[in-house]
Design a protein around this ligand. Structure first.
Ligand SMILES: [Fe+2]
Length: 323
């Protein structure tokens, strides 16, 4: 879907490739006007790209993932059919499912829309607005749906009800984060995917090292949420409650830890690798992972808690081993 969006953009408004790519990596020029009609048909319960005005791609020369974001890029129609995810391998279902859950967790806990910096002109209004009352509706529902269905869909790909719930959750989370934006886990995931060494997940083609997007995202998420917890503790606790945790009497100081623990529990049960060290990274790589995260400002500037490179370093170190 993202490739089709890019083809639509550059065939409608031809330009040098970096023209529309997010600053500071590209020039970050706004899309000049509407594109040709486009229909988005997801084949995983994951990105929610059928709902968003965002194109994500690998910028091979930088070993990084980055994006193009503008409301004109959003497809006109989405066809969301769980029949299209029936044959997904188990690990692909888990990785894409965690992508959905983390989209919802990030868009629910990021900087509120009325606290982010305003653009200098309306044409430069970002696609990602910060959490807001409308995105909250989509994000909270998606958190519940994924938490109740991800184990079922991984255990039994023929569970039609669970598969339907997962793909509709992907769309819901897409509408939520497509408006609210994301924060640290996605920003940190791009160098994790881009710097892959030799890791090949179960069920993926053996000759192609890859850290699938949802896996790269979720491996950083517990430590990132521990870091952001103090900035919006009630949101982190509510997200944990939506995941099924009894949060009555929980202290605000523990909000990040409680949410991180709920996520780690699901990761264990779905067979996710135990942290970045299980996909080939060690302490020596952390400097480069931090460097690769710093340019992802489109995402990370919506972190609810301001952070320094030193904070990122600590979050990556905490993500090396999760349990
Ligand atoms: Fe994602």
């Amino acid at each position: 879907m993202d490739t089709a969006k890019a083809a639509n953009l550059y065939s409608t408004y031809p330009a040098d490739f970096m023209t529309y790519v997010n600053a500071p990596i590209g020039a970050g020029k706004p899309v000049p006007g509407p594109l040709q009609p486009m229909v988005g048909i997801p084949t995983t319960a994951g990105t929610g790209s059928e709902t968003t005005g965002v194109i994500i791609f690998d910028l091979v020369e930088m070993h990084a993932k980055t994006g193009i974001a503008h409301r004109h890029i959003r497809p006109n129609v989405g066809i969301v059919d769980p029949e299209n995810t029936r044959t997904l391998p188990r690990m692909a279902a888990a990785c894409t499912g965690f992508d959905v859950l983390v989209h919802a967790l990030e868009s629910y806990t990021n900087l509120p829309f009325n606290r982010r910096e305003a653009p200098t002109s309306p044409a430069e209004r970002p696609a990602y607005q910060g959490s807001n009352p409308i995105s909250d509706v989509w994000a909270t529902k998606a958190i519940e749906l994924v938490s109740r269905n991800i184990l079922r869909v991984v255990a039994d790909p023929q569970d039609d009800e669970a598969r339907s719930n997962m793909i509709i959750a992907a769309t819901f989370a897409g509408i939520g984060f497509g408006n609210a934006g994301l924060h640290l886990p996605h920003g940190m995931s791009y160098p994790v995917s881009g710097m892959v060494k030799s890791y090949v997940p179960e069920g993926y083609p053996p000759a192609v090292p890859i850290i699938p997007h949802g896996m790269a995202v979720v491996l950083n998420t517990p430590a990132a949420l521990r870091f952001t917890g103090p900035a919006r503790p009630q949101r982190h606790l509510e997200a944990a409650r939506l995941m099924g945790v009894d949060t009555s009497g929980a202290a605000e100081a523990e909000a990040g830890e409680i949410l991180a623990a709920a996520l780690i529990e699901l990761m264990k049960k779905t067979g996710m690798p135990n942290g970045l060290s299980a996909v080939g990274y060690s302490e020596e790589d952390v400097g480069e992972l931090v460097e690769g995260t710093l340019p992802q400002q489109r995402l990370t500037r919506l972190s609810p808690r301001p952070f320094s490179p030193q904070d990122l370093r600590r979050i990556f170190l905490d993500s090396l081993t999760l349990w």
